[in-house]
Design a binder for this molecule. Structure first.
Ligand SMILES: [Mn+2]
Length: 328
């Protein structure tokens, strides 16, 4: 990290005013990183603001009682002197990913951009960067940055960083979870973070409508291939009956794989408008990427999907047929 800190030192020395942004549809890692960054920049005597394209999810709002996070949704005007700001972009290394609203408002206005991220990529020549593809989260990188500047962690920053790490590691289980991740988490708990409280904010704030929708989706289940594959439906009727949002139903794709012996999960889904879509998740060697690509979609070996031009029922039958060869 030492070379990275030199780059960051130089960037910080050049400017006084900073706008911090993360990707569209911001998640706990991007938002947590922004909160950690604004707290650090204030301690360094800088003038920071946070500007995103999309709103903050309700369950994150307790970390922004100060209303530091602004959204380019027509309700916020950039400062008149925005041309004097430099920009930090967190949790994406593709500048376009900050979303059209922030992109169009800031791209040709800010003096310079500095990317801090943990995804594969090189930043595409957008200014300077710290990109650590082996870091569990951008919040893990922010932890090291705050340490580098010898600053105390406020409880707000500690909670934000802990939340980002919990979210991006799937509660300390994804492959990039290292001994260092646990050491950071331990330190944050020593500083006053309550793991149960953060977990509750992230995972236990679902609306009743979303729980009802999940019930309908699960009742649609068909078990195939001797209990090795489960197929689920998410229909516009289910959305109408429960009042839940389409996005609240989509995570149901992950539930079948929690069943012992199940190695493939399919969710055939449709919002009120738009095409029927197929999501596929598998375990081990079962490769669904090719099936997705053959149908005009994409993804990885164990997680892929595509949009269908057929009706819901035709798509459902076809999706089941598509995966049959994997079980021969
Ligand atoms: Mn992240």
């Amino acid at each position: 990290m030492e070379e990275d800190f030199l780059k960051l030192d130089a960037f910080l020395a050049k400017y006084d005013k900073f706008v911090i942004s993360t990707h569209e549809s911001p998640d706990w890692d991007g938002l947590g990183g922004e909160i950690a960054m604004i707290e650090l920049l204030r301690k360094l005597g800088k003038k920071p603001i946070i500007v995103n394209s999309d709103p903050v999810p309700d369950n994150f709002l307790f970390l922004d009682m100060e209303q530091d996070i602004h959204v380019m949704d027509g309700t916020y005007d950039l400062p008149d002197d925005i041309d004097e700001y430099a920009q930090f972009v967190l949790d994406t290394n593709d500048y376009d990913n900050i979303g059209a609203a922030a992109y169009n408002a800031l791209k040709d206005r800010v003096r310079e951009v500095f990317i801090i991220d943990h995804h594969e990529g090189d930043g595409g020549g957008t200014g300077s960067n710290i990109i650590k593809a082996d870091a569990s989260s951008v919040c893990e990188i922010m932890y090291h940055i705050i340490e580098h500047y010898g600053r105390q962690f406020t409880l707000r920053a500690a909670q934000a960083i802990f939340g980002g790490i919990v979210f991006d590691t799937g509660s300390f289980k994804y492959p990039k979870t290292t001994p260092e991740t646990f050491r950071i988490a331990a330190h944050l708990v020593e500083l006053g973070v309550t793991p149960f409280f953060i977990h509750e904010q992230i995972y236990e704030q679902n609306a009743l409508t979303s729980f009802e929708l999940r019930g309908r989706i699960l009742s649609s289940m068909q078990v195939l291939h001797g209990g090795r594959m489960i197929v689920l439906k998410l229909t516009p009727d289910m959305l109408k009956e429960t009042g839940a949002a389409f996005s609240e139903g989509e995570p149901a794709i992950n539930l079948p794989l929690t069943v012992k012996g199940v190695v493939a999960s399919i969710l055939v889904k449709q919002d009120f408008e738009g095409p029927v879509k197929v999501s596929m998740r598998t375990k081990g060697d079962l490769d669904v990427a090719k099936i997705a690509i053959d149908n005009g979609g994409g993804g990885h070996k164990n997680a892929a999907g595509f949009k269908s031009k057929l009706s819901f029922e035709e798509t459902y039958e076809q999706a089941i047929r598509n995966l049959e060869p994997l079980f021969k």
